[in-house]
Design a binder for this molecule. Structure first.
Ligand code: SIN
Ligand code: FE2
Length: 216
């Protein structure tokens, strides 16, 4: 068979509707992959990944850090956005241009043309890590969507409804995929199943996830 693309598949971004207001943009971040990984390295050098404790006293299996004017944190006193990194006592590193450009264009592509995030949570899933079903509801204004970028090892994303008991659909999230939810699905429950072991060619033995939010 003729190899039309000289061994290289064209980078395509296809869309999949998850719910009203929620869309999966397959491969949308592939072209920014190198810039994103460099920017993550710079953030982690200032505000390292750490495992935080939930208000109930459980250590989260996902390691987290943030960039932006505010960062999402949890400790025994509750969940909140904090303009200071509690580990360093300093402001979080700023949202880089490559991060901002990706978040703005993904939101616009998903139907949210005026999204300018002020917070970005960076999640690191090592094999075995998971994130149980939850709503993102610590943000001040739910008019803004959530823009969620997947890098590295694949994971199974669960996306449900506005009630914890609603049926949950499962989506495989791969390197470069971007999920956006807002409007009628802004407060829908979502989570990530236990990460399977593996090795990603450019990211290694982990999954990284960026979630952009309008927090303040
Ligand atoms: C999150 O809900 O904060 C993260 C979702 C993901 O890792 O895909
Ligand atoms: Fe979330």
């Amino acid at each position: 068979m003729t190899d039309l693309f000289g061994g290289q598949e064209p980078r395509q971004s296809t869309r999949e509707k998850m719910a009203e207001g929620a869309v999966l943009l397959r491969g949308f971040a592939l072209d920014s992959e190198a810039d994103l990984l460099v920017a993550i390295g710079a953030i982690v050098a200032v505000s390292p990944f750490r495992k935080m404790v939930t208000p109930g006293g459980f250590l989260m299996s996902v390691a987290m850090t943030n960039c932006g004017r505010a960062g999402w944190v949890t400790d025994r006193t509750g969940y909140r956005y904090d303009t200071t990194d509690p580990e360093t006592g300093k402001p979080w590193p700023p949202i880089s241009e490559s991060f901002m450009a990706l978040a703005v264009s993904a939101a616009a592509e998903a139907g949210y043309p005026a999204f300018y995030p002020d917070a970005c949570l960076i999640n690191r899933y090592d094999p075995g890590a998971r994130l149980s079903l939850h709503q993102d509801k610590n943000e001040r204004d739910f008019c803004n969507p959530i823009v969620s970028v997947s890098l590295g090892l694949p994971a199974t994303f669960q996306f449900g409804g506005s009630q914890r008991g609603d049926p949950v659909a499962k989506y495989g999230l791969h390197h470069g995929d971007v999920a956006v939810w807002g409007g009628p699905s802004r407060l829908f429950y979502h989570g990530v199943l236990t990460l399977k072991d593996g090795e990603h060619p450019s990211v290694g033995r982990m999954r990284l996830n960026l979630t952009f939010r309008g927090a303040l």
